[in-house]
Design a protein around this ligand. Structure first.
Ligand SMILES: Cc1ncc(COP(=O)(O)O)c(C=O)c1O
Length: 389
C-alpha cells in the first residue's frame, strides 16, 4: 500500500472518534459505560418532521439528486426562519446554502479560504473543526486566548498586526460549545466592525441559538448592521430540532463567501436526499415555540441537577445560559487525568477540556443530552467514585 498523504500528519484523528473507540471496546467487553461526553440530543425531533420525511420518501420522484444548492423551497424556509426569528432578510438564492450538517460547511469554508501560510483565528477553547479545517486546508491556526474572566470572548484588539496580515477567517460560536458562554449584540457589533476593518471573514457558528435557559434568548450576528458584508453564519438542525443524525444545516450570509463555499461543495458532494430537505422545511414551519421551550426545560433541569452535584465530585462551573454542556474546572488536577479516571473507575465518559484547545487543560465538558435515568445513575456513580478515590 502507498503511504497516505502528508496532510494526515498535520491532521490528528477526530478526538471524539478516538475516545469513542475506547468506549466501544469497554462496552464490547461487557462494561456499562454512560456517555456524558457527546453533544448528541437524546430526545426525538418534533412529530411533523417525522411525518414529512415519511411522506416525502414515499414519493416516487423524490429519489434523484436534489441539486448542489438543494431545493429552492428549503432555502426559502431557512430565509423565513431568519426573518421570523431575527428580523434578518436573506435572499434564498444567494444568501442561503444548505449543508450536510454544519460541520461539513465549517471544514469546507476553510478549504475555500485558506492557502498554505494563511491563518484562521480560533478561540483557544473551541469546537475542534475550526482548527482541523484550517489544517486540512494547509493553513495554520492562531489561537485567541479566551478565559472565564473575559466571558470567553476573544480580545481581537490584542491580535498582533503581523498575525492579522496573514489571517483570513475569524471563528466565533455563541452560545458556546464547550463553555456555554454567550455574546451580547454589542459583542457581535465589535467583532463585525473589526472584521470589516481588517478584511476578515467572520465565521459565526450558531448551532445552539435555540438551546437556551432561564428565559435567555440568543441572537444572530447577522442582526448587526454591516454584518452581511463580512459574515457567514452556520445554522444547524441538529440541536434546534434534535436532528443530529439527519445531517442538515445551512450557511447563510455574505453571497460571495457562499459562492466560494459552493464551488468547493459542488466538487465534493451532490446535496442531500430530497426527503431530508422536506423534513427540514417541516421543522422550520411547524415546530411550535412551546416545543422548543419544553425541550429546553428538560435540558435546564438536567443542567441544574448536574450543577448541584459538582461540589461533591471535585468540579466547579458557571451555570450556562445556553448550549448543551457544562464546562467544569477540575479542582485538583487536569481534565485529561480526571476524564481518564472517571471512565476507567466509574465507567462514565466525559470530554477532557484539552480537546477544545490548549486553554482547556484544566477543564472537562459534561453533556446534557443524556436520558434522565442514565444521568441520575451517572451522577450517583461519580459521587461514589469521588468519595472512594
Ligand atoms: C459548536 C458546534 N458547531 C458545529 C457542530 C456540528 O453540528 P452539525 O451536526 O450541524 O454538523 C457542533 C456539534 O456538536 C457544535 O457543537
Amino acid at each position: 500500500m502507498p503511504a497516505p498523504a502528508h496532510r494526515l500528519n498535520n491532521l490528528p484523528p477526530y478526538p471524539f472518534a478516538v475516545q469513542g473507540q475506547r468506549i466501544q471496546q469497554m462496552i464490547v467487553s461487557g462494561i456499562d459505560v454512560i456517555s456524558l461526553d457527546i453533544g448528541s440530543p437524546d430526545l426525538p425531533p418534533p412529530p411533523p418532521v417525522i411525518e414529512a420525511i415519511a411522506v416525502s420518501a414515499s414519493h416516487p420522484n423524490h429519489h434523484g439528486y436534489s441539486g448542489y444548492k438543494g431545493i429552492p423551497a428549503f432555502r426559502q424556509a431557512v430565509a423565513r426562519y431568519y426573518q421570523r426569528r431575527f428580523s434578518v432578510t436573506l435572499d434564498p438564492d444567494r444568501e442561503v446554502l444548505p449543508l450536510i450538517g454544519s460541520k461539513e460547511g465549517i471544514v469546507n469554508l476553510a478549504l475555500a479560504y485558506l492557502d498554505r501560510g494563511d491563518l484562521a483565528l480560533v478561540p483557544d477553547i473551541a469546537y475542534p473543526s475550526y482548527s482541523m479545517g484550517a489544517r486540512l486546508a494547509g493553513g495554520d491556526v492562531y489561537w485567541l486566548p479566551v478565559t472565564e474572566q473575559n466571558g470567553y470572548l476573544p480580545d481581537v484588539e490584542a491580535i498582533p498586526s503581523e498575525v492579522l496580515r496573514r489571517a483570513k477567517l475569524l471563528w466565533i460560536n455563541y452560545p458556546n460549545n464547550p463553555t456555554g458562554a454567550i455574546a451580547e449584540p454589542g459583542d457581535y457589533a465589535r467583532l463585525v466592525n473589526f472584521c470589516r476593518e481588517h478584511d476578515l471573514l467572520l465565521a459565526s457558528d450558531n448551532p445552539y441559538v435555540d438551546v437556551t435557559f432561564d428565559g435567555y434568548r440568543a441572537s444572530s450576528v447577522l442582526q448587526v448592521d454591516g454584518a452581511m458584508d463580512c459574515t457567514v453564519e452556520f445554522m444547524s438542525f441538529s440541536k434546534t430540532y434534535n436532528m443530529g443524525g439527519w445531517r442538515l444545516g445551512a450557511a447563510v450570509g455574505n453571497a460571495g463567501a457562499l459562492k466560494n463555499l459552493l464551488q468547493i461543495k459542488s466538487n465534493v458532494d451532490s446535496g442531500h436526499f430530497r426527503a431530508i430537505y422536506d423534513a427540514g422545511i417541516a421543522a422550520i414551519d411547524q415546530t411550535t415555540p412551546s416545543w422548543i421551550e419544553e425541550r429546553n426545560r428538560v435540558y435546564q433541569r438536567r443542567r441544574d441537577q448536574i450543577m448541584s452535584v459538582l461540589p461533591d465530585i471535585g468540579l466547579r462551573a458557571h451555570r450556562p445560559k445556553g448550549s448543551l454542556y457544562i464546562w467544569a474546572r477540575v479542582e485538583n488536577g487536569d481534565g485529561v487525568s480526571y476524564a481518564d479516571a472517571v471512565l476507567a473507575q466509574a465507567h462514565v465518559a466525559i470530554a477532557p477540556g484539552l480537546i477544545y484547545g490548549p486553554g482547556g487543560r484544566d477543564y472537562v465538558r459534561i453533556s446534557l443530552g443524556v436520558p434522565d435515568a442514565r444521568l441520575e445513575e451517572a451522577l450517583n456513580r461519580l459521587k461514589q467514585w469521588y468519595r472512594q478515590r
